[in-house]
Ligand binder design. Structure first.
Ligand SMILES: [Zn+2]
Length: 236
């Protein structure tokens, strides 16, 4: 079933055993709960766990230590959404596809996940996005700066991410098309989640257009997806 996930088809042989091991630990540690009548199947659990665990490959890390449960909705769902406008807090409702809470829970729409998996070139992954937020928040701050690990150059990361984030914001204002989705222009946390999706799903374009950012992500994730077989044919 892993081969039904375009990203997993591209994963080199050397990481496949590790990925399967991570998936097993993930599935034994985390609970899945269906909402609005969504039935939880082995397919749902595996396809979510596999994508999330790609983010753990080749790194010394724990299994999303703050996360205990995943809530799965059949489709988009309504949430209470309070936002600031003209200095006031507006209370409203919004349609959502997924959320990552800093403590305990990730919420996902199964339809969104299966639609993305059905399109090999979709370039988006709700699962990678929400689990990038989990990684970001592991140090207690959901701010686009994850714990980089021992010996990491925080100054370089801050320079590159700051410059790229500002560039995306300027581009979004001016309607410039970019391989990085302008959803990432909202704040640094969304930027980290969106560039994580791009890094794994559009790696060649990311490296071409944003080589410094790509290189920082190679150092962080300890993987180089631009070198993986783009269609996964040799790994099938
Ligand atoms: Zn997000």
């Amino acid at each position: 079933m892993l081969d039904e996930i375009p990203l997993c088809r591209r994963i080199p042989q050397e990481y496949r055993k590790e990925l399967c091991g991570h998936i097993n630990v993930f599935l034994s540690e985390k609970t899945f709960e269906g909402c609005r009548g969504q039935r939880i199947t082995d397919e749902i659990k595996l396809k979510i766990a596999a994508q999330a665990c790609v983010l753990l490959l080749n790194r010394e890390t724990d299994y999303f230590p703050r996360l205990t449960s995943l809530l799965i909705y059949p489709d988009a769902y309504w949430v209470n959404d309070n936002y600031e406008m003209a200095g006031q807090t507006i209370k409203g409702k919004a349609v959502n596809l997924g959320e990552s809470w800093e403590q305990g829970t990730v919420v996902l729409s199964w339809k969104q996940i299966s639609d993305e998996l059905a399109d090999q070139y979709c370039g988006h992954s709700l699962v990678l996005h929400e689990f990038a937020h989990q990684i970001d928040a592991e140090d207690g701050f959901l701010n686009g700066l994850p714990e980089l690990g021992e010996g990491a150059n925080y100054g370089k990361w801050a320079d590159v991410f700051g410059k790229e984030y500002d560039g995306l914001r300027d581009g979004a204002v001016n309607g410039v098309e970019d391989v990085i989705d302008d959803y990432g222009a909202q704040d640094p946390a969304e930027f980290f989640a969106v560039v994580t999706e791009g890094f794994f799903l559009k790696p060649t374009e990311m490296r071409q257009a944003h080589v410094e950012l790509y290189d920082e992500l190679v150092k962080f994730y300890r993987l180089d997806p631009a070198g993986w077989n783009p269609d996964g044919a040799s790994n099938a």
